[in-house]
Design a protein around this ligand. Structure first.
Ligand SMILES: NC(=O)c1ccc[n+]([C@@H]2O[C@H](COP(=O)([O-])OP(=O)(O)OC[C@H]3O[C@@H](n4cnc5c(N)ncnc54)[C@H](OP(=O)(O)O)[C@@H]3O)[C@@H](O)[C@H]2O)c1
Length: 246
C-alpha cells in the first residue's frame, strides 16, 4: 500500500492502459478518479471492482479546454488534493504515411490539438493542486511513435513528440514540487487502433528482442513505478517496447 492517502486522476481510465493503471494505483491504496470520455458505464463498472473507497468517475474530454478548469475546481471541492495525474486519454485513426491526400491539414491540427493540446491544457489546470501536494507527479502515456516517427498516422506521431517535449520543458520548471515522466509503449493489445489485429501486433512483437506483446498491465506497472520508486526521475522517458526500437 505505497500510495495510501494519495489521490490520482487517470484520464482515459475507462479503457485499455488507463483502466489497468487505475487498478494498480487503487491496489496500492490510492483514491482514483477515473477519467472517461464516452465510456461512463465502463468507468463506473471499473470503480465497482476496485479495492478501497472514495473513487469517482469524471468526464474529462481532451478537446474541451474550458472544462479542464472546472475539473480542477471539482477535484479541489470533492477530494481536496491531487498527487498523481496520469494522462492516458488519446485517440487516433489509421492513415498510411504515404497517403498525404488522406491526412488533411484539418485532421493534423485536430490530432495535435486534442492529444497534445488537451494533455497540456489539463496538466496546466491541475498544476496548482499537484504543486500543493508537495510531491506531485504527472505521467504522460506517450508512445515510441514520438521518436520513431512510425505509428498510426503522421499527426499522431507528431502529437506524441509534442507531449514528450512538454514533459521535458515542464519538468525543468515545475521541480521540486512536481515531477513529469513519459511512459512510451510500443503497440499494446487494446482497441486503440481501429482495424489493427492481434495477429499484426504479435507479428511485430515477435521481431523484438524480448519477443512478446506489450500488455496494458506492462505499461500500468511502469506508470506505478514512476509513483512508487523512481522518485529522482523527472523529464525523461521510460520505454516499454520489449526492445523493439533498438
Ligand atoms: N494501444 C497502443 O498500441 C498504444 C501504443 C502506444 C501508446 N498508446 C497510448 O496509450 C494511451 C491509451 O491508449 P489505449 O491503448 O489504452 O487505448 P483505448 O483502450 O482506446 O483507450 C483510450 C482511452 O482514451 C479515452 N479517450 C478517447 N478519446 C478521448 C477524448 N477525445 N477525450 C478524452 N478521453 C478520450 C477513452 O475514453 P472512453 O472509452 O471513455 O471514450 C479511453 O478511456 C493513448 O494515449 C495512446 O496514444 C497506445
Amino acid at each position: 500500500m505505497m500510495l495510501k492517502q494519495q489521490v490520482a486522476l487517470v484520464t482515459g481510465g475507462s479503457n485499455g492502459i488507463g483502466a489497468a493503471t487505475v487498478r494498480l494505483l487503487a491496489e496500492q491504496g490510492a483514491t482514483v478518479v477515473v477519467g472517461y470520455h464516452q465510456g461512463r458505464d465502463r468507468a463506473e463498472a471499473l470503480i465497482n471492482t476496485l479495492p478501497g473507497t472514495g473513487h469517482l468517475a469524471l468526464q474529462v474530454p481532451l478537446e474541451d479546454f474550458a472544462a479542464h478548469t472546472h475539473i480542477a475546481q471539482e477535484l479541489t471541492q470533492r477530494l481536496g488534493q491531487l498527487n498523481i495525474l496520469v494522462n492516458s486519454a488519446g485517440y487516433t485513426r489509421r492513415i498510411p504515411h504515404g497517403d498525404l491526400e488522406a491526412l488533411s491539414p484539418e485532421f493534423f491540427t485536430q490530432m495535435l490539438s486534442a492529444n497534445a493540446g488537451g494533455t497540456y491544457s489539463l496538466t496546466r489546470a491541475l498544476v496548482p493542486l499537484l504543486k500543493a501536494s508537495g510531491q506531485g507527479l504527472v505521467v504522460n502515456v506517450s508512445s515510441v511513435a514520438a521518436f520513431t516517427g512510425s505509428g498510426s498516422n503522421i499527426a499522431y506521431c507528431a502529437a506524441k513528440a509534442a507531449i514528450d517535449t512538454v514533459t521535458l520543458s515542464l519538468a525543468r520548471v515545475l521541480g521540486p514540487e512536481v515531477r513529469l515522466l513519459s511512459v512510451s509503449p510500443a503497440s499494446v493489445d487494446t482497441g486503440f487502433v481501429e482495424g489493427r489485429s492481434r495477429a499484426e501486433i504479435e507479428k511485430k512483437a515477435l521481431q523484438s528482442p524480448l519477443g512478446r506483446v506489450v500488455t496494458p498491465e506492462d505499461v500500468a506497472r511502469a506508470v506505478l513505478a514512476c509513483a512508487t520508486h523512481l522518485k529522482t526521475a523527472t523529464g525523461t522517458r521510460i520505454v516499454i517496447d520489449g526492445g523493439a526500437t533498438l
